[in-house]
Design a protein around this ligand. Structure first.
Ligand code: TXA
Ligand code: MG
Length: 325
């Protein structure tokens, strides 16, 4: 815990106490803020679902302090799974494995598999080390809305329904972890995220396909996830401004995620697409929240090429633009 300030250390100590007492703690990770509970306390885990308004069949990720805890929480850990854990933990990678009996079914939504991750954030790691056990944590937002990337976002999403919010500043990856199912022989990407497919394939020296869309192995992956209040419309980069004008003509207040080289029309709320994919991922959710703060009815955006971090950004924009449940 040496890299934390005295104030951060104090926050971490109280957060660990809240977790031990069965309470809920929102905490920063490198991807997004999580809403944490003691993974072995079924009642606390149930409260996570209540507070988020999330159906109990949508499993949670269990966060661990160290890669060597893997064996205590999962069974039949394959060589590929170990290799990925060694290579990418701590980091924005979640591994789905057969659960050990230690993992309550409340955490896995009744599945025999469990999602595990060691986050790369000093505050999260300090909290996990101080607590000692596993922390079950979904993103700290209401079900279906955008994941929070600052402590302020968490408070806006969850208010006083969470016992403690640990403030660790803005998350530097900005989109959720990559989820890889390594519970059987063929690793599959269930959700693109902070670790790219290219990273995974070069580590494993094999192709890592995406799990089928709507796969039953990804119960939480509804198309309407990650949605701001405003409706999101997708257009080709060269058509974004024209589509925005069409929406204005219908009387709507329009936000534009403005591609490089394009110029917004009069009366359009324009925010530029960040110049690199890393910066785009880091600020994506804040950009969408900013359009909501500006009371836009519609956001017009275009998809980045699905390469590297572009795959995760495109995935989140597609879900934000998807049908609302
Ligand atoms: O970056 C992240 O992963 C963040 C931070 C807080 O760690 N967490 C996060 O959690 O995004 P959540 O609950 O918003 O998304 C977890 C995803 C869900 O889509 C869920 O369906 C999937 O993980 N998941 C969890 N356990 C699973 C399992 N056993 N099999 C398949 N998918 C699983
Ligand atoms: Mg989430």
């Amino acid at each position: 815990m040496t890299s934390l300030s005295a104030d951060e250390r104090a926050q971490v100590e109280s957060a660990a106490r809240v977790l031990r007492a069965g309470g809920l703690v929102a905490f920063p990770t490198e991807t997004v803020y999580g809403l944490g509970a003691d993974a072995e306390n079924t009642r606390a885990v149930e409260r996570v679902f209540e507070v988020k308004g999330r159906p109990a069949t949508h499993p949670l990720i269990v966060h661990l302090a160290r890669p060597d805890q893997l064996g205590a929480w999962a069974e039949d850990v394959s060589a590929a799974a170990r290799l990925l854990a060694e290579r990418f933990w701590p980091g924005p990678l979640t591994l789905v494995l057969r659960r050990s009996p230690r993992v309550p079914l409340a955490v896995t939504g009744g599945l025999e598999t469990v999602a595990l991750r060691v986050p790369a954030h000093p505050t999260a790691l300090a909290l996990l080390a101080a607590f000692g056990g596993g922390v079950a944590a979904p993103s700290a937002n209401r079900f279906g809305s955008i994941s929070p990337t600052t402590a302020r976002d968490v408070r806006e999403e969850l208010g006083d329904r969470v016992d403690l919010v640990v403030d660790g500043g803005a998350c530097h990856v900005g989109v959720e972890s990559t989820i890889v199912d390594v519970s059987d022989a063929e690793p599959r990407i269930l959700r693109p995220g902070g670790i790219t497919r290219e990273d995974l394939e070069s580590a494993l020296d094999r192709a890592v396909p995406a799990g089928a869309a709507g796969s039953p192995r990804v119960p939480g992956q509804h198309p309407s996830h990650y949605a701001p209040r405003a409706r999101v419309l997708l257009a080709a980069p060269a058509d974004v401004v024209r589509e925005a004008a069409r929406q204005q003509a219908l009387g709507r207040r329009v936000g534009v995620l403005l591609p490089a080289g394009e110029r917004a029309g009069a009366g359009q709320e324009a925010l530029p697409v960040p110049p690199s994919l890393a910066e785009y991922a880091r600020s994506l959710y804040d950009l969408l929240r900013e359009f909501d703060r500006r009371a836009c009815d519609v956001i017009v955006a275009s998809l980045p090429a699905p390469e590297g971090l572009g795959a995760a950004i495109a995935d989140r924009l597609l879900r934000a633009a998807g049908p609302r449940g």
